[in-house]
Design a protein around this ligand. Structure first.
Ligand code: GLN
Length: 307
C-alpha cells in the first residue's frame, strides 16, 4: 500500500485534535501558524491551498515543530517572530515575547506627544528602559518621526535582537542602545528624558514556579522576575526616575494590577511626581501607572506663544 499523502486540510484537522488533547492553547490556530511557517507561506495562503498534498520533508519538519510546541515551547520561539504594533519582530529565548497589552504604552506615548505635552524643539527624547526585543522603542521611533529614542537592557543578547529589529524596521539610526541594569547606563551622563517608558520585570520571585511552563521554562527569567513581591525594579524606577526626567516629563510603567496602588503610594511618598494615574488594559485591569515629574515642561506650544 502506498503511504498516505496528507493534504493541508487533513493535516490541520488531525494536528488541531492532537494539540487539543495535549491541552495546548488555541490548538487550531497553533496548527495553522506552524504549518504556514513550515511551508513558508502566510496563514491565509493555507486556505487557498487546502487540498495541496505535502511531501515527506514538509511533514517531518512540521512534526518536529509540533513536538516542540507539545513540549511547551512558545510557538513564537519556533517561528522566531511575534507581531507587535502591526509589525513583525524577531524574538527568541533571550527576550520576553512582547504582549499585546504593551501596545497601550505606545498608544499613551503617542497621545501625549499629540497633545504636545512634552515636545521640544528638535523632537522629544524618549527612553525605553529594559527594551527587550525593542518593540516599544521601535514602534515609537516609527510613529514619532521627530523623536530621539534611547533603549537600554541588562542583557547583551537582548540588545542584539533589539538592534536587529530596529534595523529591520528602518529605525536603527534613530535609537541609541545602551547596555546595563536599569539606570546604570545613564549614571553621570547628564541625560534627561521627556518620556521614560518601561515594562520591567514585575513577577514576584515566589510566584515564579507557578507560571505556565511556556513562560517559566522558556522565557528569560531576568525579564520577568521582579524579586520578592515583584516590586524591586518598580521601586528603583520610581525612586530614581526623577533624576532622569525633564521637568514635566512623563514616566509610564507597566506592572501587575495588584502593584499599581503601591506604585502610586511610592510616587506620593517620593514627592516629585504629579498627575499620577492608573490606566487599564484590554482586560479592564489597571496595568499601567503614569505620572509626570514636578515642574513645567518648556514645550513647543509655550515657546511659540500659542494659547
Ligand atoms: N520592553 C519589552 C516589552 O515590552 C521587554 C520587557 C521585559 O523584558 N520585561 O516586551
Amino acid at each position: 500500500m502506498a503511504p498516505k499523502t496528507w493534504t493541508v486540510k487533513e493535516l490541520i484537522t488531525v494536528t488541531s485534535d492532537y494539540l487539543k488533547n495535549k491541552e495546548i492553547d488555541s490548538p487550531r490556530l497553533t496548527a495553522e501558524i506552524l504549518l504556514a511557517h513550515q511551508l513558508k507561506i502566510t496563514r491565509i495562503k493555507l486556505y487557498l491551498n487546502y487540498d495541496q498534498p505535502l511531501d515527506d520533508k514538509e511533514i517531518s519538519g512540521y512534526r518536529s515543530f509540533i513536538r516542540r510546541r507539545v513540549n511547551r515551547e512558545p510557538f513564537q520561539h519556533i517561528t522566531g517572530t511575534q507581531e507587535f504594533w502591526s509589525m513583525d519582530f524577531t524574538v527568541g529565548p533571550h527576550v520576553l515575547i512582547p504582549r499585546s497589552e504593551s501596545e497601550l504604552l505606545v498608544e499613551q506615548v503617542i497621545s501625549l506627544s499629540k497633545e504636545n505635552e512634552f515636545r521640544r524643539k528638535g523632537g522629544e527624547t524618549i527612553l525605553d528602559l529594559g527594551t527587550g526585543s525593542g518593540v516599544l522603542a521601535v514602534s515609537l521611533a516609527r510613529e514619532l518621526e521627530g523623536a530621539i529614542l534611547w533603549a537600554s537592557d541588562i542583557s547583551d543578547e537582548a540588545l542584539e535582537i533589539a538592534r536587529l529589529n530596529a534595523k529591520n524596521h528602518g529605525v536603527d539610526e534613530r535609537i541609541h542602545f545602551r547596555l546595563g541594569d536599569l539606570w546604570e547606563p545613564f549614571v553621570g551622563q547628564s541625560l534627561k528624558f521627556d518620556v521614560i517608558v518601561t515594562n520591567p520585570p514585575y513577577i514576584a520571585s515566589e510566584a515564579f514556579d507557578a507560571l505556565s511552563p511556556e513562560v517559566r521554562d522558556h522565557e528569560p527569567r531576568v525579564a520577568l522576575d521582579g524579586g520578592k513581591g515583584g516590586m524591586l525594579c518598580i521601586e528603583r524606577i520610581i525612586r530614581d526616575g526623577t533624576e532622569y526626567l525633564n521637568p514635566g516629563g512623563w514616566l509610564l510603567i507597566e506592572m501587575d494590577p495588584e502593584q499599581t496602588t503601591e506604585a502610586l503610594s511610592l510616587m506620593d511618598e517620593n514627592g516629585q511626581y504629579r498627575e499620577k494615574r492608573r490606566i487599564r488594559d484590554y482586560a479592564h485591569q489597571y496595568r499601567f501607572v503614569v505620572a509626570r515629574k514636578t515642574g513645567t515642561a518648556h514645550n513647543k506650544k509655550h515657546e511659540e506663544g500659542k494659547p
